[in-house]
Design a protein around this ligand. Structure first.
Ligand SMILES: Cc1cc2nc3c(=O)[nH]c(=O)nc-3n(C[C@H](O)[C@H](O)[C@H](O)COP(=O)(O)O)c2cc1C
Length: 235
């Protein structure tokens, strides 16, 4: 029978060798335990690489309004958008040069961001699948363009939340160009404001876009696919 008090040990050799062996053994145990814990973590095992893509749901679906060279108002849907700076207050939108809106912003150095409520979901879908180069999207959707008194761009009367922007910087990134606009004013309909004076999502009822064909989702769930919603205004 082993009696460890009498100096028998599972590690044989001089005391120096023994202590080295103990350190190596401890390291081995730690590394093995770490590997076992990592390999057993179900969350780590379930992750699947989706590649270097522009996937960051949920995405906004905002309506960007501009004037063309003749002064015709236009609206387009944009998801690659976001707040960028609080002082000065700035918001960015990233557009392909092929959009009509791109040239309009270059021409007038201004745009408005109109954050639609779910009742404007069909118009938002439509503004994202047809171009102002080919049609008058305000006439098609029956929405009303109001001339901003602060920037050289229109906004949508029926949209309860509007941000008026003056272009301050353009960053060419590749397929998309990022326009950085200084926020000159934010206008909201009284009925969507909460007690603290800010827009209350429960009253405003904004919605998001789920990339990958999943469509628009409001606070109460799915509203519909972009194609089927846009059909409401297609001939
Ligand atoms: C939900 C949604 C989001 C979109 N986001 C963008 C965007 O961020 N940038 C962009 O260049 N085009 C985006 N598009 C495509 C434009 O809205 C589309 O090309 C539109 O016809 C351009 O309108 P315009 O030519 O009148 O400017 C989006 C379309 C949809 C349906």
């Amino acid at each position: 029978m082993n009696d460890f008090s009498e100096g028998t040990s599972i590690i044989e050799g001089s005391p120096k060798m023994k202590s080295r062996s103990i350190v190596i053994l401890a390291l081995l145990v730690t590394v093995t335990a770490g590997f076992v814990i990592f390999a057993a973590d179900p969350a780590a095992a379930e992750k699947k690489s989706l590649g270097a893509k522009t996937i960051a749901p949920p995405a906004p679906a905002w309506l960007i309004c501009t004037y063309d060279a003749e002064g015709k108002p236009n609206m387009m849907t944009a998801s690659w958008v976001g707040m960028a700076c609080s002082k000065p207050p700035c918001v960015t939108i990233s557009l392909r040069e092929a959009t009509y809106t791109f040239g309009n912003i270059k021409e007038h150095e201004a745009y408005t961001v109109n954050i639609p409520s779910d009742k404007l979901a069909a118009a938002t879908a439509y503004a994202g699948v047809v171009s102002g180069r080919d049609t008058d999207k305000f006439a098609d959707t029956g929405l009303t363009a109001v001339k901003s008194e602060l920037v050289d761009a229109p906004y949508i009367e029926e949209c309860e939340l509007v941000i008026e922007c003056r272009l301050i910087k353009t960053v060419e990134l590749g397929l998309h160009t990022m326009f950085i606009g200084e926020i000159i004013d934010v206008k909201a309909n009284e009925e969507i404001l909460g007690e603290n004076g800010s827009p209350d999502p429960a009253k405003h009822k904004p919605f998001i876009w789920s990339i990958g064909g999943y469509g628009f989702y409001g606070l109460g769930g799915r509203i519909g696919g972009v194609g089927e919603l846009a059909d409401k205004f297609r001939e």
